[in-house]
Write a protein that binds this ligand. Structure first.
Ligand SMILES: Cc1ncc(COP(=O)(O)O)c(C=O)c1O
Length: 347
């Protein structure tokens, strides 16, 4: 029986090489600031993204929430894309933990333009009625957009708007390495326009736990306090940081394989009668699959595939998502496509 899990790139299990570096990691007490592996991960992350400093945190959600809290004051407003993770999937943390409001703009496949960002910024000076726009956040790659990516040019245009208004600029870069590999650009180039970037070790990079927040030294010093406030201070976290260092050295370039496999799924499934995949949105490791025209519900595909040992998520009553990652190879893709054809036969 197959066991092919394409629900998310978060389902990966640490490789034996990763477990080995975790087992032998040098550790200390990171709340005292003396875990050498955490310090190494933070230094490597800052260097890789071209920023002064970094902070290791347990999750992507915490990295984003610490960033929001560090950049804003209660009563401020953040500009977000309407399907962004920060808006949709972080339990309203922006409101509860930072006391800020959100102006959400519907982008095109998760991506905003400079004009859209400009239109969402509150008028400056004078009117005490408005919240104070202080922060703009983007997501790259954009998960609900289909894993779509911001180009360097688009980021420069948006940065121009952000700087013209004296705002702060944060990137939810949970999958920024996918965005960099897909466009064959240095991740530091994608990070350059931003004041802060969060990225996840526990997604495409294949670690069991962990995210990193990077920015200026002053930003990270302030963020450190909010990580503590949110309960994110960890002790012998070097065991996890060692996995992160291993992933940064060994699991970045191979993301291209995940992208190639996602493309293959997308192209082959678009030939299945009644199945619709927007090929232009398949830019990294995600495939959103619309099954409306098959006349079958997404839940039918989820259960039929599960019976064949293949796991996908339904993202709406008529759409599914498949995500490629470290634990799926070409044979798994082959088996997934065969299982999908069987599921579609019920149409
Ligand atoms: C774009 C994006 N940002 C942030 C997160 C949050 O990461 P975590 O699950 O580690 O909190 C996710 C998780 O799926 C994500 O897709």
């Amino acid at each position: 029986m197959n066991n092919i899990d394409l629900r998310s790139d978060t389902v990966t299990r640490p490789t034996s090489a990763m477990r080995e570096v975790m087992a032998t990691a040098e550790v200390g007490d990171d709340v005292f600031g003396d875990d050498p592996s955490v310090l190494r991960l933070q230094e490597a992350s800052a260097a890789l993204l071209g920023k002064e400093a970094a902070l290791f945190v347990p999750s992507g959600t915490m990295a984003n929430q610490v960033a929001l809290r560090t950049h804003t004051e209660p009563g401020d407003e953040v500009v977000l894309e309407a399907t962004s993770h920060i808006y949709l999937y972080e339990a309203g943390g922006y409101a509860a933990l930072s006391g800020i409001s959100a102006w959400c703009v519907q982008g095109d496949r998760g991506l905003l333009t400079a004009e859209q960002v400009s239109g969402a910024i509150r008028p400056e000076g004078g009117l005490s009625h408005f919240p104070n726009t202080s922060l703009v956040c983007l997501e790259n790659s954009a998960n609900r957009g289909g894993g779509t990516v911001y180009s360097v040019d688009r980021l420069a245009q948006i940065e121009g708007v952000v700087r013209a208004h004296g705002l702060r600029f944060h990137l939810d870069g949970a999958r920024v390495f996918n965005a960099a590999v897909a466009q064959d650009v240095d991740v530091a180039t994608l990070a350059a326009p931003f004041d802060s970037i969060s990225f996840c070790l526990s997604k495409g990079l294949g670690c069991p736990v962990g995210s990193v927040l990077v920015g200026s030294r002053a930003f990270i010093d302030r963020a450190h306090r909010f990580r503590k406030m949110l309960g994110g201070g960890m002790r012998q976290a070097g065991i996890l940081a060692a996995a992160g260092l291993h992933a940064l050295e060994n699991h970045v370039a191979r993301l291209a394989e995940d992208h190639r496999r996602a493309r293959r799924i997308a192209e082959e499934l678009s030939d299945v009668p009644g199945v619709d995949v927007d090929l232009s949105s398949v830019q990294t490791n995600m495939v959103y699959i619309d099954v409306t025209a098959t006349g079958l519900a997404a839940s039918h595909f989820v259960s039929s595939l599960a019976e064949q040992g293949v796991h996908l998520t339904a993202v709406s009553p008529t759409a599914l998502r498949a995500v490629t990652h470290l634990d799926v190879d070409d044979a798994a893709i082959e088996a997934m496509l065969a299982a999908f054809s069987v599921a579609a036969e019920a149409a």
